[in-house]
Design a binder for this molecule. Structure first.
Ligand code: C2E
Ligand code: MG
Ligand code: MG
Ligand code: MG
Length: 276
């Protein structure tokens, strides 16, 4: 009986695995055509300066409008794109679209709007990465000072390589943020070696402001101040979280409390409603 059950359980899991694999393979096939079918779309989430309350920039967040499955979040398809290598054309599309959009907005009404773009490890590890970024900036006419590249701690394990890439970006005047800071396992010593402009505190610490998380947030902000790096908190959802961050003099904030990620049209409405 137990053996029988064990067998069934085993078969059940195998089938589930097969289904998952099938699902992933099908999604990957669709993803291959997503760019040419114009199914990818960028949303933009505003970022604000805590002191002045002014909108300093936006973070580009990619969405996939699947023809039958509807809106698919990056959490689902970015890992598939990473694994299959599709992240290279997708990442380039994101970079081009975001930079072109930033340039348009700058020309229209908001000269100092900064554009943050997430890059994945596979993009970052490409030897031609910096050249591609420079090429996009050249093509779109966006001033490098207004592009901010978001990387994660886990991408920087190869210190020599990362140092070389980050130094080149820095020399070109491009900003670099460490996204999801505090959740990686890398040593902190790299921070003084890399020319980083922003630390982005991971939202998990804010979600539960217990004593250890408050201590971690305080430490990250202090660390950033000591290293002369700006610090931004993401995932700010409540007034309580905002006032906590303001007491600690966190530089910038981003989160549902201020705005959800918006379509390009909604950002335009928002920009028009401000007089700068
Ligand atoms: P991330 O870069 O850390 O982006 C922050 C995520 O938190 C976004 O999820 C955003 O919509 C969400 N968020 C913003 N404010 C709040 C809040 O107040 N509360 C909560 N609970 N969540 C909030 P999203 O758009 O689903 O993106 C998830 C992840 O997918 C991103 O994490 C990033 O790692 C990746 N991603 C998104 N777009 C791209 C892209 O163009 N290229 C690459 N390589 N990765 C991307
Ligand atoms: Mg990010
Ligand atoms: Mg993050
Ligand atoms: Mg993340």
């Amino acid at each position: 009986m137990a053996k029988e059950q064990g067998k069934n359980t085993f078969r059940f899991f195998t089938q589930e695995l097969n289904n998952n694999l099938m699902e992933k393979t099908l999604l990957e096939m669709d993803l291959r055509q997503a760019i040419s079918k114009d199914e990818l779309e960028l949303y933009y989430q505003p970022q604000y300066d805590m002191k002045t309350g002014l909108m300093t920039g936006v973070e580009a967040l990619v969405r996939w409008n699947h023809s039958t499955k509807g809106l698919i979040s990056p959490g689902t398809f970015i890992p598939i794109a990473e694994e299959s290598g599709l992240i290279l054309p997708i990442g380039l599309w994101v970079l081009e679209t975001a930079c072109a959009q930033a340039k348009t907005w700058q020309c229209e009404n908001f000269q100092s709007l900064r554009m943050s773009v997430n890059v994945s490890i596979r993009q970052f590890k490409q030897p031609s990465f910096v050249d591609e970024v420079l090429d996009v900036l050249h093509k779109t006419g966006l001033d490098p000072a207004y592009l901010n590249i978001e990387i994660t701690e886990s991408m920087t394990t190869d210190v020599i390589y990362s140092q070389k890439i980050l130094q080149r970006l820095h020399t070109e005047g491009i900003r670099v943020s460490i996204d999801d800071f505090g959740t990686g396992y890398s040593s902190l010593s790299y921070l003084s070696k890399f020319p980083i402009t922003h630390l982005k505190i991971d939202q998990v610490f804010l979600q539960d402001l217990n004593s250890s998380n408050t201590a971690i947030i305080k430490t990250i902000i202090e660390l950033a101040k000591n290293l002369n790096i700006d610090v931004i908190a993401e995932g700010v959802e409540t007034a309580e979280q905002a006032s906590f961050l303001s007491t600690l003099r966190c530089d910038e904030v981003q989160g549902y409390l201020y705005s959800r990620p918006l379509t390009k049209d909604k950002v335009e409405d928002l920009l028009k409603s401000f007089v700068y």
